[in-house]
Design a protein around this ligand. Structure first.
Ligand SMILES: Cc1cc2nc3c(=O)[nH]c(=O)nc-3n(C[C@H](O)[C@H](O)[C@H](O)COP(=O)(O)OP(=O)(O)OC[C@H]3O[C@@H](n4cnc5c(N)ncnc54)[C@H](O)[C@@H]3O)c2cc1C
Ligand SMILES: NC(=O)c1ccc[n+]([C@@H]2O[C@H](COP(=O)([O-])OP(=O)(O)OC[C@H]3O[C@@H](n4cnc5c(N)ncnc54)[C@H](O)[C@@H]3O)[C@@H](O)[C@H]2O)c1
Length: 476
């Protein structure tokens, strides 16, 4: 099919986004190559989702087995629980190797050519790859940019990879500091606070904004703070910037009042995890060869079809997906975008419905959401002229949660009062990450609480927290 080109499609970046796109491209009959400068699998497989979840699985088990009060209520008594840090780290490493191997094999099986090297655009249908053996030029009918993202380290913070580090180092679990400061209370800060406290470290969590977990719905953040932060070995500093961090023994952290710019406190800790967000890896991509440039924050500008834009106009045959275009920095969002681009290339127009993409933090218990927070829904209601309502149900009223002894949790359903359409669902509690999927499907189909109230949920399951919410919200 390649019509005088080396390939139908060349993808730059073999993360989950590029990989998902490659699999779908082959299914659609496109001759495909993927260019990777680093390790196959990108952030999610090597430095993100997978190793962090392996660490959370092991540390979560330690937390559970050490919770003698909880076990006692179930009639269980255990002796002292010990763990081996190195074996936990190996579990994460082995999981990464296994999944990376499977990813590489899946590409091999489908005859996707893997080209190792740094890829960049040299025009809208040409890629130059800097390989170990020199430059290689390849042509393609379409090109997809999927270069992902890297940790963002604010100015003033010096990372040495030993005492001051980002998640790239933390996932190796090289050591367990007695006292660790975590800068940022987003996903990475929360998940690593869960890991470190379960394994016995004391944590000081520093958040620049005026409340912890600022991107989560306020009700959920409040409940999570009550369960994930307050009873654990975690001190918090909120509304202060970590302005200067100097590695060493001790690590010295200067906290600054963002308004007065004055240093308000100096902390001396054993280690510091910088979890202050991620930035797109979009330097040296040859964008100038097609007249394009990144936006102010370094993201690749795209339209709804995910065509790369130059001066507001789509560059023919060049597409961009994943963390590098910055719509939602999640693995499943990146692969959904990759698949949608292939559909667009094949002439079956497809866009992404971001409102129905769920997200979860894999703390113990988990936090998850899909759609709008209550303040965002209220804002939309004001703009579009509808009223917003919310119902809350609690895990302590759910029979399965009671049987499990896992009653800390809340589900919140936000919906339009007039039509009952669900606008957002937020869950904090046992298995929240799995529970959110049915709400995501409901939002994707723009379903109303009035219909959902008739959908039958298995009894006794945790999913009945949503069943109860739909029934309470329904007008009939
Ligand atoms: C600690 C942590 C935990 C996470 N946990 C989750 C989670 O539980 N669930 C979830 O959904 N998301 C999670 N994420 C986010 C998730 O990892 C990212 O959203 C996802 O990896 C983005 O995929 P991507 O394909 O866009 O980019 P990446 O995975 O970053 O892959 C991009 C690839 O492109 C390569 N590359 C870049 N430039 C070039 C070039 N010029 N030439 C050749 N190759 C190039 C890079 O080497 C890299 O391999 C987590 C992230 C972190 C850091
Ligand atoms: N379970 C998951 O899906 C998962 C897990 C980990 C990471 N991720 C992805 O990785 C991305 C990065 O995660 P993250 O937690 O680093 O970023 P984040 O954007 O979620 O949170 C960063 C936090 O750091 C705070 N901050 C920034 N600079 C600061 C400073 N100088 N002092 C104090 N606080 C400061 C911000 O206010 C913010 O609350 C996320 O966008 C997420 O999409 C997802």
């Amino acid at each position: 099919m390649s019509q005088g080109f080396d390939y139908d499609l060349v993808i730059i970046g073999a993360g989950v986004g590029g990989h998902g796109a490659a699999l779908h491209a082959v299914k659609c009959g496109l001759k495909t190559a993927i260019v990777e400068a680093g390790v196959m699998g990108g952030t999610c497989v090597n430095r993100g989702c997978i190793p962090s979840k392996a660490l959370l699985a092991a540390s979560g088990r330690v937390r559970e087995l050490r919770d003698s009060h909880h076990l006692k209520t179930l009639g269980i008594q255990l002796g002292g629980i010990s763990f081996d840090r190195e074996t936990i780290a190996n579990h994460a490493d082995n999981t990464v190797s296994k999944l990376r191997g499977e990813l590489v094999n899946s590409l091999k099986r489908l005859n996707v050519d893997v080209i190792q090297g740094w890829g960049k655009l040299a025009g809208s249908q040409k890629v130059v790859v800097e390989t170990a053996n020199g430059e290689k030029t390849i042509t393609a009918k379409d090109i997809m940019l999927a270069p992902g993202s890297v940790p963002w380290v604010p100015p003033g913070i010096e990372v040495d990879g030993k005492t001051v580090f980002t998640s790239d180092h933390a996932i190796k679990l090289d050591w367990l500091p007695q006292w660790i400061a975590i800068i940022g209370s987003g996903y990475i800060g929360l998940e690593f606070a869960d890991i470190y406290t379960a394994l016995g470290s004391e944590v000081t969590m520093i958040e620049a904004l005026d409340r912890l977990m600022p991107t989560f719905d306020p009700d959920i953040a409040k409940q999570a703070q009550r369960v994930l932060i307050a009873p654990r070995d975690i001190e918090t500093r909120v509304g202060v910037l970590a302005a200067k961090v100097t590695p060493g023994a001790p690590v010295v952290i200067e906290l600054m009042d963002p308004k007065t710019k004055e240093v308000v406190e100096v902390l001396e800790v054993d280690a510091c995890l910088v979890a202050t967000g991620r930035i797109p890896a979009t330097k040296n991509l040859g964008l100038e060869s097609v007249g394009a440039e990144t936006d102010r924050r370094g993201f690749l500008p795209v339209n709804d079809a995910m065509q790369l834009l130059a001066g507001g106009e789509p560059v023919p045959h060049v597409w961009a997906i994943g963390d590098a275009m910055g719509k939602m920095m999640l693995a499943h969002a990146a692969s959904a975008q990759g698949v949608a681009v292939i559909e667009n290339i094949c002439g079956r127009p497809r866009t992404i419905d971001y409102r129905s993409i769920p997200a979860a933090a894999f703390t113990h218990p988990e936090m998850s959401f899909v759609g709008l927070t209550e303040p965002a829904a209220q804002e939309l209601g004001k703009e579009e002229g509808f009223e917003v309502a919310a119902v809350r149900t609690y895990f302590k009223g759910n029979s399965k949660a009671i049987a499990e002894g896992e009653t800390d949790g809340i589900a919140k359903v936000i919906y339009r009062k007039d039509t009952g359409e669900i606008l957002g669902v937020h869950i904090f509690g046992y298995h929240a990450a799995d529970l959110i999927q049915e709400a995501a499907n409901a939002i994707a189909n723009r379903e109303s609480v009035n219909e959902l109230a008739f959908s039958v949920h298995t009894h006794p399951t945790l999913s009945e927290v949503l069943d109860e919410a739909y029934k309470r919200a329904a007008t009939v």
